[in-house]
Design a protein around this ligand. Structure first.
Ligand code: ADE
Length: 231
């Protein structure tokens, strides 16, 4: 998979993509993540990419010309399956969307800044708008990190244990059951006996029941969610 990211702040991604599963996915050649600094497509000598909004008002707007030139140049080299704009106005990211994106070969992600991007980019070039939550970030970079992580970790072959992504919270619209590790007794706080029983069938049953109970308590909406996350 290729993930190209258009951003004004490529340095913000360096740490996020250099550790753990995202690093391993790149080392294994399962994903190539490329950062593109939008300023390189600015046509003025100050390398600005924003301007005042027509009609007045506070804040600056990312200009259509550099963004479109950048998208066109990248798209001439890579056939993108989706051109994604990260914005609080987008569709809320969930596991189902991450699953859908994880099987697409080529993604282009545009990180917005300032007051937003010129609407002509959204209507004519963007294929999907995604929000990572009902709150406003200072730019799309953090959201791009979240989206990239959610997508890349479930690319087939990225996780060592192929089943571990499947047992994640949300893959079955259920939250994960509680987990424990050694010691079995910490200051009198004990690990449930069932997990020490060695009875795999009973352990699986207990975990399922815990998942359902936890979901009913914390996120009851997930249980009657018609739109199953893995479809
Ligand atoms: N940019 C600013 N806020 C955002 C959000 N909540 N999700 C995605 N992109 C954003």
């Amino acid at each position: 998979m290729i993930i190209d990211i258009i951003t004004l702040f490529p340095e913000m991604f360096e740490g996020a993509f250099s550790y753990s599963i995202l690093k391993r996915a790149q080392t294994k050649g399962l994903v190539t993540i490329q950062l593109h600094n939008l300023r390189a497509w600015s046509s003025n000598k100050h390398k600005t990419v924003d301007d005042y909004p027509y009609g007045g008002g506070a804040g600056m707007v990312m200009m259509v010309e550099p963004v479109v030139k950048c998208i066109e140049e990248l798209a001439s080299k890579t056939a993108y399956d989706e051109i994604i704009y990260l914005s609080p106005d987008g569709v809320l990211l969930n596991q189902k969307i991450a699953n859908q994106l994880s099987i697409k070969p080529n993604l282009l992600i545009l990180c917005g800044h300032y007051k937003g991007i010129d609407e002509r980019i959204r209507t004519n070039f963007i294929t999907r708008e995604i929000s990572i939550g009902d709150y406003v970030l200072s730019g799309g970079e953090m959201a791009a990190v979240v989206l990239t992580d959610a997508v890349v970790r479930i690319i087939p072959g990225v996780l060592n244990d192929e089943t571990s992504a499947l047992s994640d919270s949300y893959q079955d619209n259920l939250l994960s059951p509680p987990v424990y590790t050694r010691p079995g007794d910490f200051r009198g706080l004990k690990v449930p006996d069932i997990l020490l029983s060695g009875n795999d069938r009973e352990i699986a049953k207990w975990r399922y029941e815990q998942s359902v109970e936890r979901t009913r308590e914390r996120r009851p909406g997930l249980l009657n969610d018609d739109c199953r996350q893995h479809e």
